[in-house]
Design a protein around this ligand. Sequence first.
Ligand code: SAJ
Length: 406
Amino acid sequence: MINVIGLGYIGLPTALMMASHGVEVVGTDYNAELVATLNHGHTTFKEKGLDELFRNALQAGIRFTTEYQKTDTYIISVPTPYDKFSKKVDACYVVAAVKSVMEVCPKGATVVIESTVSPGTIDKFVRPVIEADGFRIGQDIHLVHAPERIIPGNMVYELLHNNRTIGADERDIGEQVKKLYASFCQGEIVVTDIRTAEMTKVVENTFRAVNIAFANELAKICRHDNMDVYEIIRICNMHPRVNILQPGPGVGGHCISVDPWFLVGDYPSLAKVIDESMKTNDGMPDFVLGRIHTIMKEKGMTDIGRVGLYGLTYKENVDDMRESPTLQLLESQERHLAPTLKVYDPFIRQDVVEHQYHDLDAFLADVDFVVIMVKHDEIRDNMDKLAGKIVLDCHNICHLPGVYHL
Ligand code: SAJ
């Protein structure tokens, strides 16, 4: 039996996927409300294919509880926040989960950490906790790091098809855990050591962050001299060895906007390109705010209360608002004591900010200037409703005449 600890964006789909492929799984989360929701037959977030996977897993007998189980394999998938000041990973949830496992696990159990951690975290924070309890790593407890790689918006597909990394300092244990993941994963599974697995995970997300920062910097250069950044990137990408990502209103989510900071925090004098890239991405909501003011001036518009931000989530077609560029823009605007912009997002049902709408038509009726912050399918399908409005399209998806870009 596998005990999956942490039933959030990664732990839940992973637990469901294993259960649907014949593995006996119990999911544990300290949040009793979340566990109750799952036990009442409801998922806790929206994701393509998740509801069907959930039904299959329930049929296969998956259980959810707040209790840690006595078993031989644990998968820990709890959040790893970062400390905004030191830029270092905060491993407190991982450490707390490992401590709880120690209280119930039999000798010889394997603990797989899926949560993203900075290189060296397992050595520095996890090992000492285990050893302090008198357990010997490699004998009483086996440690593995198996970082996830699935992308929100296409998690179920990617769980099945992505290649994976398993980091284990004991080769045979790595191979055993590989077999477990191979129960559902059709991709290649590479077994390496723990430190390499920690580093590769953070480097993958850093690569993407730096590439996006490059695109954002190009957008600023092109804005300065009125060139079309999208056309330039499109043509550059026709080169066989060039693959530039797209500029946008900022980088959100709990991964690309966080993980690269771990390298800056741990190697401040070495991670220069990464540091500058993160600052470039973090500056994009302010760049958008500047564009809003410039365009208002150009159009002779004075009431910022008639400007509406379309999209609150960190990216398209997900309901996750962590590190959302729109929230960052609103925060920045409030710091300048300006009146609040109007906001709408089809994926956010609860009220999270002032002047928030829950209906696209009502939102559009109350604004003259729409800023496309998130490219949800809904706005792509309703582009005609923006006719006659001032539009600042941060994603190059609107082709109405007179539309403004980053
Ligand atoms: N973004 C751009 N321009 C682009 C692509 C993305 O501005 O060309 C922005 C998005 O709008 C969003 C942010 O970047 O605000 C991050 O979105 P994303 O789709 O690039 O990535 P995440 O954070 O949803 O998921 C990433 C993925 N990592 C990589 O692609 C290397 C995923 O595979 C990881 O599993 C996930 O982080 C994670 O959990 O670490």
